[in-house]
Structures are given as C-alpha cells and as structure tokens.
Design a protein around this ligand. Structure first.
Ligand code: PEP
Ligand code: MG
Length: 728
C-alpha cells in the first residue's frame, strides 16, 4: 500500500484524533526510510510544538528540528539541515495558506536527503494537512459548549402522487432514476422511525450503518483516485474522521440508552456538533459543516432508506448546493443527475456538471422536504423541472425525448470533421473550455480547435493543500498531449468564493463582490503563482503556451502579473518555454471593458468572460438562484460591452474570444459572430450541436443589422430581434 492509501486508512481506522497523527508520523517515517518523523504544530505565537513523533523522536536534535520547521514555514518550501551527525528535512504544512506546522524527518548524516525526496515530502505534507485540520476540528468543537435545544417538529410525510417542482435549468439533459440525498436529509423520514426497538437492536443499527458508510466512502475514494488522480483522493478525509469520532459515538450511545431510535440519536448528535461548529469563527471549520451534513445524509440513508437504496448507476442526487467536490464524487460514482435547493447557473459546481454531461436543475424550493429516498424522479435539465414520482405517461414522454435527443446526436457527428463556418461563409474558431482530464478527452472526441480556456482551479479545490509543481505538471501536460499544435490557453488560478465552497486552500473574500479574489489573492501568495507558472511551462515543453490572466481590472495589475510570470520563468531556467508564451487578458469586469483598447496593446489576445461580466455589470450574484434569468445575456449593456471590446481588440490587431457560457447558446453565439467575435470557447459537449446549427444560419445579414439591434433598450426586445433573424 503506498503512503497516500495508508493515510486514508489511518483516518478511517483512527480511534481518536491524536492517534491518527501518531499513526501518520509512524507511516511517514517508514515510507521515507527515516529514523524519526515529527509533526510540529505552531502555537498562536508561532512557536513549533512537537505534536506527534515516531522513532527516536529527535532526542539529540530537537532544537535543530524546531529551527528547520520554522525555516520551512518562512520560506514556504522544504529545507534541509544538519545537526549532531544527523540530516534533517522539513516541509511546511499550510492550511488556507496559513502556516499551521511542519513535517520533519531525520536520519544519519551519511544518507542525506535528495532533491526528489524533498519534493515527495512536500506532497505528503500537503496530504496530512487534511488530517491535522480534522484533529483541530474535533478538538475545537469539543471545547465549545452550548446547550442543546430540542429538535424542530418535522414536516408531515410526502405523498406518492406525481408532482412537478420548478427550478432553474443548469445543465442540459434528462435523467431518469431514483433519489438519494447528499448534504441534507428529509426530516419526515425520521418521524417514521420514532419507536425504539430496544437499545441492543438500535445499537446494532447504528454500527451497521456506520460501517456501510465507511465502506462507501473508502470505495468512493478509491474510485476518485483511479479516475481523477490521487490529488483528489483525500476529499473525504473529514468525513472519515467524523465517522470514527468517539465523541459522536458516545453521544449516540447515550441517546439510545435514553430510549431514542438509532436514527434520531444520530440526528440529534449531529445537530449538536453542527451547532457547536457554527459558534467557531474559523472558515475552515464552517466549511466542514457541509461534510458533516453529508455524512449525516449518508448514514441516515443507510438506516432509513436501506430497503429503497438505489444502485449507484440509477441514482439522482438531491442536495442543498451543487459543489465541485460533490460533482466529482457523482461522476466517479456513475450517478445520473443532480438537483439542488440552492446555487446559481454559472457556479463552478454547475459548470463542472455541464462539462461532465450531468443534467442539473438548481434552485428547487423545498425539494428535500418533498422527495424521498429511493423514490422515482426525473431531472429535466432542459426545462429546469424535477418530477417526483412521475406517472407511467410522464416517464414515456421523457423516454421518447431522450431517444429523439440521441438520434439528433448522430446527425451532429456528420459535422465533426468540418471546419466551423456559418451558412454564408463566416469562419470562426470553435474551442473547448476544460477543467478535468475528461473534458480534454471529450474536446478531442468532438474535434475542438484547441483549448480556449483551461480552468485550473479544480485540483486546488477538491482537497486541502496546494498541489505541488510535479502534480500540476502531470495535470496540465494532458492538455498539451491532446492538442500539441495548440492553442492551449491555461488560465492563471482564479480563486473566488464560489470556487472555494468544498475545501478552501486560501482565504478569499466571503463574497465574490468584495473583490478579494483571483489575481489579487495571488499577489499576496506569489509563491503559488510562481509554482503554477513554472508548472505551465514545464508541461508545455516545446509546445506554444498561452497564459490567460483572469479578473484584470487595470493596466497596473496586468503588468504586475506579467512581471511575476516573467520572473517565475527566469528563476527556473529549465522552464523558459520556447517559443515565448502568449498572454491573454480576460475581460470580465466593466472596468476592463472601458480600458479594453489599452489592455489589447499589452497582450496577444482578449477573452471575454461573460459569466463574471454579467455578475459584475448587472449586480447578479452568480451563486444566487433567485437572480438567475436566461434573459440576462440579452441585456443591452452586456451585448454593447462585448461589441466595444471586439472593436477595441480588432483596432489593436488582436483576436477576441468569448469563453463565458453565452458562447454555447445558439442564438447568442450567432449574435457574437455577427458582432465580430473571432473565437467561441465552449463546454466541449456543446461543440457538435453548436457547429451543426451555426452551419445552417447566415451571419452577414445579422451583422448588418447589429448596429440597430444594439440600440434596442430592453433585453426582451433584443432577444426577439435576434431570434427573428435566426429563424428567418
Ligand atoms: C467567465 O467569468 O465568464 C469565465 C469564463 O470564467 P469563470 O466562469 O471560470 O469565472
Ligand atoms: Mg470568470
């Protein structure tokens, strides 16, 4: 078993939080063939305290090990040291980019640590941050005490007739299957399980459900590691730690002894812990509430829905919010679709669902209260509808629609090898937006003309800790292998609150509107930018690298990023790419529209990010389903801004792309081409249909009418004008 698998097992088997750290230290010492391994945690005053150790435990060299720990944290990089005939290696432990401690190993001086071992220790260090956070979490919540209030009265049970619930269409497609819950659980089922069958039976039920849940999580972790890479594999660390937490078990035992059923006992125990966690200010702890809620839904699912529990391949998931980590899980699990109570249509979890072809409906009010585990469901991601307990007739209609869709798909295939061009000969580039290896495969399958936007955030999001340069190189290299002739446009890490929901690594503003996000965060953490840029260049090798700079608001910021990129490449001569990189600026805030002409002079191309441009120009939080409207993209301000950016880019002799979601919407894509946009970069699954439909429409007449259409003053007038042109 390799060290990462061993760390997963250690979390699962831990009988207490500190025993997990001791076991981790022992496993690392053995794996690194070191005589001692120590985990130092920092006190609030910045003093390292040896928390767990194995082997000789730095007896003669304790002061040197502490100094190495402090040094590694100051440099944000691994360091080597020597003392008392020993050689030491320390790697920093960073959580949310905050120093929390260091991992130190030691062995005799005649076996010094090599550079490869330094890199490896950094990687292991980033994995054990998750364990340390869980330790901290459990101890913190133990310390915060708060009286337990009684449970709220659950709503009455749902009935079995067909019901149609309306939400917002978020990812297209139709999924028919059976309901499971994640991150929330319908309280009405608890009410049905309120009579204890005797303490012994209830204890057995909880043991059985906990064991099944742990098995599920471990299987899932293995599936994710296999499919998406080991960098995502520790995403369930906190779940496993909670599932083994003795204080959770104790609370449940007590409630069962007092006459509660296993399900009510667990529900109450989780409520109590969640309440305590809410009292803690730390954002990391608050994020873990979602993990605990998710664990609750899984355990209760085993206890209460056992007889209805659907096989993974028929599962439709009902959840509170579509987070990227949940979508990763569903994909690895083979689930069919997702419906949520909260979230926005351009949130990153939703973008990911779209990329993976997972139909999604969001913003469905009271969904959890109305659906039941194992119930038959339809998720209609085209119309934004969820049908509970569909009738035979409804199911037949949906099956017919699904078949028609499949037939249409075979027609698109005929266009696979044709160049994208409109019916009247207007050529354009049709590229892919990617985030995962699977997107790259679909982009190749659908014959994309390169990668117009590589969203690099996901490996940073799905677990704690920051991927090492080596890990990043492995990830980005897949894009160059798939599109060696390019273009491959790699976007610099664009962290924002909505992208940090599952497992943040850096502290960013709690609201995207506060503006502390993206390159502004990187200015405070330049080593992350440096590592990423070096990884870009190493991955590109001899291929042409294009670097896209997100959230540009001023020339000063743009120049600062370019300077940081240049010095990162110089610092690491092996990474100096040949040929030199192309730079692109994303236009996604109104200020960038105003200075588009100035920006265009400083870069090689512009790429308009309409998701954020719409958010910032129309003051619409992209995470808020109450504000999601399909008409937003037709707002005259948005289309006029795009038109001005295209004019500014072309005046400077630079190409202009659109990589926001509007580029994949047919009527809007026609409008973008009529405005003069050179490149559409879209989710790769949308390419075949978009290419086929655009090949059947004339763009030039619309281009001639565009000046007049852009003068229309409402979104609905604009939509109608565009639609009538397209349909003519
Ligand atoms: C955009 O904002 O339009 C964009 C393409 O970037 P992201 O959706 O990743 O923020
Ligand atoms: Mg954006």
């Amino acid at each position: 078993m390799d060290i990462e698998d061993r760390l997963i097992r250690i979390i699962a088997d831990a009988s207490s939080a500190s025993s997990a750290l001791d076991a981790a230290a022992a496993a690392i010492a053995e794996d690194e063939q070191s005589e001692s391994c120590g985990i130092f945690l920092m006190t609030p005053e910045g003093r390292p305290v040896l928390w767990s150790r194995s082997g000789a435990g730095f007896d003669p060299t304790r002061a040197a090990a502490e100094a190495a720990a402090v040094d590694a944290l100051a440099r944000v990089a691994p360091v080597r040291a020597q003392a008392g005939g020993r050689t030491l290696l320390a790697a920093p432990l960073l959580s949310h980019a905050r120093p929390i401690g260091a991992l130190v190993v030691e062995r005799p001086i005649d076996r010094p640590y090599a550079a490869a071992e330094m890199r490896r220790l950094s990687r292991i260090a980033s994995h054990i941050v998750g364990i340390i956070e869980s330790v901290r979490l459990i101890e913190l919540i133990e310390r915060v005490s708060e009286p337990v209030s009684t449970l709220a009265e659950p709503p009455p049970p749902a009935d079995q007739r067909e019901r149609v619930l309306h939400g917002v269409a978020a990812a297209p497609g139709i999924a028919i299957g059976r309901c499971v819950f994640r991150q929330l659980f319908p309280r009405n089922l608890l009410r049905l399980d309120s009579t204890s069958r005797g303490a012994e039976v209830e204890r057995e039920r909880i043991r059985d459900a906990l064991q099944k849940t742990r098995n599920d999580l471990e299987r899932l972790q293995a599936a994710i590691a296999g499919e998406l890479g080991e960098e995502q594999a520790l995403v369930f660390g906190a779940h496993l730690m909670f599932a083994s937490d003795p204080s959770l078990r104790e609370r449940v035992e007590q409630a069962i002894a007092g006459g509660a059923t296993a399900s009510l006992a667990l529900d109450r125990a989780v409520d109590e812990i969640v309440r305590r966690m809410r009292l803690v200010g730390d954002p990391y702890i608050r994020e873990r509430i979602e993990d605990l809620e998710d664990l609750r839904s899984r355990i209760l699912g085993h206890m209460l829905g056992a007889e209805h529990a659907p096989a993974p391949s028929t599962q439709l998931v009902v959840t509170s919010r579509v987070t990227p980590s949940l979508v990763v899980e569903l994909h690895a699990h083979g689930a069919l679709g997702i419906a949520s109570e909260l979230g926005g249509t351009t949130s990153h979890g939703v973008l990911l669902a779209r990329a993976l072809g997972l139909p999604a409906v969001i913003g469905v009010k009271d969904l959890a209260a109305q659906a039941q585990v194992g119930q038959s469901l339809v998720i209609d991601g085209d119309q934004g509808i969820v049908v509970l307990a569909p009738s035979a007739r409804t199911l037949e209609d949906y099956r017919a629609r699904t078949e028609a869709r499949e037939r249409a798909r075979t027609e698109f295939v005929a266009y696979r090898d044709r160049a994208p061009v409109s019916a009247d000969g207007v050529g354009f580039a049709l590229q892919a937006n990617v985030a995962f290896g699977v997107d790259i495969e679909i982009a190749v399958e659908n014959n994309a003309q390169g990668i117009g936007l590589y969203r690099t955030e996901f490996p940073f999001l799905v677990r704690d800790g920051i991927p090492t340069v080596d890990e990043q190189v492995r990830i980005y290299a897949k894009a160059f292998a798939a599109f060696p002739a390019g273009p491959v446009v790699l976007r610099i890490l664009d962290l924002a609150e909505d992208k940090l929901v599952p497992a943040g690594s850096l502290e960013v503003g709690r609201s995207a509107f506060q503006g502390y996000r993206s390159i502004r965060v990187l200015f405070d953490y330049p080593h992350i930018l440096r590592d990423q840029v070096q990884a870009f260049a190493i991955a590109a090798g001899a291929c042409r690298l294009s670097i896209l700079i997100p959230m540009v608001t001023s020339i000063e910021e743009l120049r600062r990023v370019k300077q940081l990129v240049a010095s990162a490449l110089l610092q690491h001569p092996a990474t100096i790419p040949c040929p030199p990189p192309r730079f692109g600026a994303m236009i996604e805030v109104p200020a960038a529209v105003e200075i588009a002409a100035d920006l265009a002079r400083e870069v090689d191309f512009l790429s308009i990010g309409t998701n954020d441009l719409t958010q910032y120009a129309l003051v619409i939080d992209r995470e808020d389903p109450r504000l999601a409207s399909p008409l937003d993209a037709y707002h005259p301000a948005i289309l006029r801004m795009i038109s001005r950016v295209v004019a500014a880019g072309h005046a400077a002799g630079k190409e202009v792309a659109v990589c926001g979601e509007v580029a994949a919407r047919f009527e809007l894509a026609v409008a973008l081409l009529a405005i003069g946009v050179d490149t559409l970069s879209v989710t790769p699954r949308a390419i075949p249909e978009l290419k086929q439909r655009l090949a059947q429409v004339a763009v030039r007449p619309l281009a001639q009418a565009m000046e007049r259409i852009l003068q229309l003053s409402t979104a609905s007038e604009l939509e109608q004008a565009l639609r009538s042109h397209v349909e003519a």
